[in-house]
Design a protein around this ligand. Structure first.
Ligand SMILES: [Zn+2]
Length: 94
């Protein structure tokens, strides 16, 4: 079954999987946003440092690693159907 996505900027339908909108040439992005990955990484480091200072150094690595893996896994499931169209009108004028 072919999954169809519709561009919110020009309302052109495309097949799921395309990387550029055929109508307005917006960039099409799928999955976990970069910001969410960074947030998971920061949470893992913060959790690891906290556990490392409260418990012991090894525990910090374990907590950090588990938080990172769990966070990325969770985000993959949250954002697996996410499709974002980034329009081209942000192109620089210089
Ligand atoms: Zn478009």
């Amino acid at each position: 079954m072919q999954h169809i996505i519709t561009c919110p900027h020009c309302h052109t339908s495309s097949n799921h999987g395309v990387h550029v909108c055929v109508g307005c040439h917006a960039d099409v992005h799928y999955g976990v946003p970069k910001e969410a990955r960074i947030a998971a990484f920061i949470a893992a480091v913060a959790g690891g440092l906290f556990a490392g200072s409260r418990l012991q150094f090894t525990a910090g690595w374990v907590v950090g690693g588990v938080t990172l893996v769990a966070g990325l896994w969770l985000m993959h499931h949250i954002f697996c159907d996410r499709v974002v169209f980034k329009p081209m009108y942000h192109t620089r004028h210089e």
